[in-house]
Design a binder for this molecule. Structure first.
Ligand code: GRF
Length: 189
């Protein structure tokens, strides 16, 4: 299964995927990492594993559609079958969705459909839920919607801070991301 990872953060999910591939828990190959932030930690992880890195920043494009068209071209050039968004902080357009229908997945730090958007962990804390978690889902044009593939629950502890809770959520993300990839990959067969 040929993957592309789209990221802009520290790349801990990228690292988890790489580890699962190396230990043969996941039968896949990462063809490229695409980042929207030229200074993100994910780049270093990709370099270490000789994964090609492409930087795609919004400054270079007149609108979201032309950026997405560029992504589509890149993904085709690398023969990518499945696209993994792990912290791709960018709204995607029909240009990308239509070219990779059901072939783009995202990981989000809440139990969707609760707490969509960028402040998922903060909103979970503010709403005083006792259980939150993370979700791997198919990407649709509407943000953080699309069919849910797998979820993992995380308990909210008394006295939790956003940082502490996020840390526990992310350790669950690292457990389910490859399972989500495998489920999405199965459907392509
Ligand atoms: C993850 O927490 C994911 O849920 C969110 O962005 C974060 C990416 O983290 N969409 P990392 O770069 O994989 O460490």
């Amino acid at each position: 299964l040929k993957l592309a990872v789209l990221a802009s953060g520290k790349g801990s999910n990228l690292k988890a995927i790489i580890e699962d591939i190396l230990s043969k828990r996941l039968d896949a190959e990462i063809k490229c990492l695409i980042v929207s932030n030229p200074n993100c930690g994910a780049i270093e992880i990709a370099n270490k594993h000789l994964i090609p890195v492409k930087v795609v920043t919004s400054n270079d494009f007149i609108n979201r559609e032309s950026l997405d068209q560029h992504l589509v071209n890149l993904l085709h050039a690398y023969n990518v079958e499945l696209v993994i968004m792990a912290g791709w902080m960018r709204i995607v357009t029909h240009i990308l969705i239509d070219s990779f229908k059901n072939k783009i997945i995202n990981i989000h730090p809440s139990l969707l459909p609760s707490f969509k958007g960028k402040e998922a962990v903060k909103n979970a804390l503010n709403n005083k839920v006792k259980i939150t978690g993370c979700t791997v889902h198919i990407v649709e044009e509407e943000v953080d919607s699309g069919e849910i593939l797998i979820q993992s629950a995380v308990q909210v502890n008394t006295g939790d801070t956003e940082e502490l809770l996020l840390k526990r959520i992310q350790s669950q993300e690292h457990k389910i991301i490859s399972l989500g990839i495998a489920i999405a990959g199965q459907r392509l067969r």
